[in-house]
Design a binder for this molecule. Structure first.
Ligand SMILES: O=C(O)CCC(=O)C(=O)O
Length: 274
């Protein structure tokens, strides 16, 4: 893969808002990441564990809460976020080198809830432009263990207004509606594959219904190099050589889209959120 021609990925990304690059990381590298993060999780509470960690709780996500912003205190996470292979893919897809703003590790153990459909830009608030995710499978991901689900082509939609999510299925409490007839599509991946997707693309995942399969993923969030503002939670912002770049803090609020019927077809109308 290192010297592969990425132009076919670019075309798919531009049309669909996402692309999977298979085998970007080797089986040995992925096994080492799995071990590293399982050891780290077993070591007790970590910075960024907002809901806390509780091995006795019946909710699998309390036993294995996701990790956030590990690159700020874990060198292996920082090296992965800035990895040359990821940078080359992102630079091809974005047309310029990105800035890096976030790492996350989802364990998604058997029985864990998923994350309701959403747009990452709702959280990052990049201005101008949008954000981009690199989502690396650390286990095989399929519908049984709650793989990623995406709405192809939804990267061309504006930021949609959120509505309450079903928290029996999702650990987050807001979602975005999609018009009737539009369905999220599962993204089946092998460990070491990386899914790149645009910050406006609607995506999420359903619960892990397997009895014994984790669905671990290492995730990086990036913003296009022309960005001037990003939400405070994602700062400091790094260049891909690891140096820091100063961006202003973006405001929350602003208009968002709701689906309305126009001549029998769904169209987005922009409104001020209530
Ligand atoms: O891994 C998942 O289940 C969801 C991840 C996600 O939505 C994200 O990284 O924005």
């Amino acid at each position: 893969m290192p010297n592969a021609d990425l132009s076919s990925y670019l075309e798919h990304y531009q049309q669909q808002g996402y692309v999977v690059v298979p085998g970007l990381f080797t089986a040995e590298e992925v096994a080492a990441y799995r071990q590293h993060y399982m050891n780290m999780r077993a070591s007790g509470p970590l910075p960024g564990d907002f809901p806390g960690v509780n091995a006795q709780n019946s909710d699998p996500l309390k036993k294995f809460p996701r990790m956030i912003h590990m690159h700020r205190w874990d060198d292996q996470s920082l090296q992965w976020m800035l990895d040359a292979r990821i940078n080359r893919c992102l630079t091809t897809l974005l047309g310029q080198e990105p800035f890096a703003v976030q790492t996350m590790l989802y364990f998604k153990p058997p029985g864990a809830r998923g994350q309701a459909l959403h747009q990452d830009q709702y959280y990052l608030r990049v201005q101008p432009g949008t954000c981009m995710a690199a989502w690396m499978a650390l286990d095989r991901c399929d519908e049984e263990n709650g793989c990623m689900e995406i709405v192809p082509g939804s990267h061309t939609w504006p930021l949609l207004c959120t509505i309450p999510a079903d928290t029996t299925q999702s650990f987050t409490d807001v979602t975005v509606p999609v018009p009737a007839g539009v369905q999220a599509k599962p993204v089946i991946m092998e460990a070491g594959d990386v899914l790149f997707f645009n910050g406006q693309l609607i995506h999420g995942s359903y619960p892990n219904t397997s009895s014994d399969r984790f669905r671990r993923a290492l995730i990086g969030h990036y913003i296009a190099g022309e960005a001037e503002k990003v939400s405070k939670f994602y700062q400091p912002t790094l260049r891909m050589d690891g140096s820091e770049v100063q961006l202003a803090e973006s405001e929350r609020g602003g208009s968002c889209g709701v689906w309305v019927d126009k001549d029998g077809a769904p169209v987005v109308e922009m409104v001020q959120p209530a």
